[in-house]
Design a binder for this molecule. Structure first.
Ligand code: COA
Ligand code: AMP
Length: 636
């Protein structure tokens, strides 16, 4: 007999448009869509093309209209500044309205872009919703990125306004944001007219007269005034979120309004199994897609209370913080990255903090963002006594492609697998020539087009780049750039990326982008950046440098400069702490650097001498260099 998941998946397969038409009924529309999927718009088609709606209305006004204005929408808990606040839907709407008034006064119109460079404070979420309210397009940049990265996003999005804060708070360190913003504005070719600055009590930023404006005083002035929600097309952009691509130029992932709401609301109920009025916590940052989808939009669209957390799983102040929050705020479902659990496990392997906090209502833990190693997963299951659900997706898709759908039916867990495809995703594994491979065989994971609602329709002003990056290699499919296999029960196993992306502490980083920066050091002739396995962060980058012949300085000084250069140009989030000067890099006879082989060596995995290698002796030199820094370096 078919189970509930199989029935739901089969129902979608039988009539995909009917499936999403039904899901779209959960959304309030100014004009209900009659066209569900239109094949001739955008690179692969568009969802709900004739629908009109507003995302902010669906997140706030709608619940107030349903009589839920007094229910809690947002709980803010900063474990670093020991601040706690909560906002009802009424409170949140008041704040969002005030910000929307200010945006309007500053000349922000429908479709204008607003860049947010904000720490984890409620004002950041309210600013996102205020943009949505007036049809402006937000682009949130993670606070751990450097000025250069911020500047490239300001330029690519042609931002008209920046919203920032005086500082972010990292454990034991106040990170001044404003100097980074000033530097980014100096670097950027596009000059936003204004910069709204939220002054936090921990640091007051200097404001540049004429350009910088004090957030709080403008908002205080505007409180009590309302702004009507602007009706936007379902296909109009809600936001742009930049993510690492294979070059230094990040990809501007576009999210629309209609399909995004339909998919996220469906996922909250069916995948996460969370109901209106319950508390859901995604312990991530609004700078990442997890933050966009599961701190802000999915919970609020579903009338679910969301937790905005500023802190870390350990050290703020201890490995019990997550459990304090779950217990104190009655969190039903928690979503975080496996790296956070590895950190907690390392500090509290016996789970004594877990036993300190009563969590009778806690129902499930969801993990994503990187491979959930079975040991950590089993430990979490043992300690928590609730289902621990691995699920797989990407910035591009905006919501899970593969999961164990708790809201439909809990399927048996297979450790190491995020389980099965969700309705909307027809997933296959292909060899490099584009042929289907048998179950159990490793290959390229692809999704048959069209992608479901909620996935990126294209890249910001870059249809051609979108086609080249995702659609060209396997015609008729979206290339996920992940490699893996499907087992005999239809469970997917994600094994690695097929491009230069590495995953460090749940953060997606491009080693190619790092190589571009390293290559700008005047003493570096050539370089390679590889991802090396790390017990806590999953992977960390390691740079191998060939110095110019003319260089006579201490190599150690140059290595330190390269580390500082990455921090300065990409940001501390890159976690780039190791640069090793070597005499030469291993290459094929056609000149391709053998990054994969070096990575295996660094991880201490077995590796084979590539048949095409130019000079086999180079690999021994690399192994020796890696050993000096404590990396694998096993002999062949
Ligand atoms: N603003 C400024 N700097 C930031 C920052 C931010 N928002 N976020 C991180 N950084 C800095 C950190 O201070 C650190 O700087 P340092 O090199 O001076 O120490 C650097 O970037 C690396 O940060 P991080 O990756 O967080 O490492 P960590 O050693 O401080 O903490 C973990 C390790 C595992 C506890 C942490 O990475 C973590 O909580 N990971 C979970 C990630 C997550 O939830 N990802 C979301 C995807 S679902
Ligand atoms: P991001 O776009 O930052 O969400 O990163 C997406 C990438 O992270 C994916 O393409 C995978 O490589 C990796 N990833 C995300 N979730 C998982 C998971 N559950 N298991 C394995 N890898 C994952």
């Amino acid at each position: 007999m078919q189970g509930a998941y199989e029935r739901a998946y089969a129902e979608w397969r039988r009539d995909p448009e009917g499936f999403w038409r039904d899901a779209a009924r959960e959304i309030a529309w100014y004009r209900s869509p009659t066209q569900i999927f239109t094949a001739d718009g955008g690179p692969y088609g568009r969802w709900f093309a004739d629908g009109e709606t507003n995302t902010c209305y669906n997140c706030l006004d709608r619940h107030i209209a349903d009589g839920r204005g007094g229910d809690t929408a947002v709980i803010y808990d900063s474990a670093i500044s020991s601040t706690k606040r909560s906002y009802t839907f009424d409170d949140a709407l008041r704040e969002v309205n005030a910000i929307a008034v200010v945006l309007r006064r500053l000349g922000i119109q429908k479709r204008d872009r607003v860049v947010l460079y904000m720490p984890m404070v409620p004002e950041a979420i309210f600013s996102m919703l205020a943009c949505a309210r007036i049809g402006a397009v937000h682009s949130v940049v993670f606070g751990g990125f450097a000025a250069n990265e911020l500047a490239s996003r300001i330029d690519d999005s042609e931002a008209k306004l920046i919203i920032t804060a005086s500082c972010g708070l990292e454990p034991g360190r106040v990170v001044p944001y404003k100097p980074l913003v000033d530097q980014a504005l100096a670097l950027a070719k596009v000059k936003p007219q204004h910069c709204l600055v939220l002054q936090r009590p921990q640091l007051t930023a200097d404001l540049t007269a004429g350009r910088d404006l004090d957030f709080e005083s403008l908002i205080t002035d505007a409180r009590g005034q309302d702004v009507e929600c602007v009706s936007v097309k379902a296909t109009d952009p809600l936001y742009i979120l930049y993510t690492s691509g294979t070059t230094g130029q990040p990809k501007g992932v576009v999210r629309d309004n209609g399909g995004h709401m339909v998919a996220l609301k469906w996922s909250m109920a069916n995948i996460f199994g969370v109901r209106p009025g319950e508390v859901f916590w995604a312990a991530s940052d609004i700078g990442w897609v997890v933050g966009h989808s599961y701190i802000v939009y999915a919970p609020l669209l579903s009338g679910v209370t969301t937790v905005v957390f500023e802190g870390k799983p350990i050290g703020t102040p201890d490995a019990g913080t997550y459990w304090r929050i779950v217990s104190e705020h009655r969190v039903r479902v928690l979503f975080t990255a496996p790296t956070a659990f590895r950190a907690i496990r390392r500090e509290d392997s016996e789970g004594s903090f877990i036993r300190t906090y009563p969590m009778p209502e806690f129902r499930a833990l969801f993990l994503a963002g990187e491979r959930a190693d079975p040991e950590t997963l089993k430990w979490a299951e043992r300690m928590l006594g609730v289902p621990v659900i691995d699920h797989w997706w990407q910035t591009e898709t905006g919501w899970p492609m593969v999961a164990n759908p708790l809201g439909i039916e809990q399927l048996p867990v297979k450790h190491g697998s995020p389980s099965v495809p969700m309705p909307g995703y027809d997933i296959s594994v292909l060899d490099d020539a584009g042929h289907l491979v048998p179950s159990g065989t490793l290959g390229n994971i692809v999704v048959r087009l069209p992608l479901p609602p909620g996935c990126l329709p294209t890249l910001w002003k870059a249809d051609e780049r979108f086609r080249q990056a995702y659609l060209e290699e396997f015609p008729g499919y979206y290339k996920t750039a992940d490699a893996g296999y499907v087992d005999e029960d239809g469970y997917l196993f994600i094994m690695s990326r097929t491009d230069d992306i590495i995953n460090c502490a749940g953060h997606r980083l491009s080693t190619g982008a790092m190589e571009e920066v390293v290559a700008t050091h005047p003493d570096v002739a050539e370089c390679a950046v590889i991802g090396v396995a790390d017990a806590l962060k999953g992977q960390v980058p390691c740079g191998l440098l060939v110095l110019k012949k003319s260089v006579s300085r201490e190599t150690h000084a140059i290595e330190s400069e390269v580390v500082a250069l990455i921090r300065d140009k990409i940001g501390p989030v890159a976690c780039f702490r190791t640069a090793i000067a070597v005499d030469r890099l291993p290459k094929t006879r056609s000149g391709k650097i053998l990054r994969g082989t070096m990575q295996k060596m660094a991880d201490g995995l077995p590796w084979k001498m590539p048949a095409t290698i130019d000079d086999p002796a180079v690999l021994e030199e690399i192994a020796a260099a890696l050993r000096t820094r404590g990396f694998g370096g096993l002999p062949m």
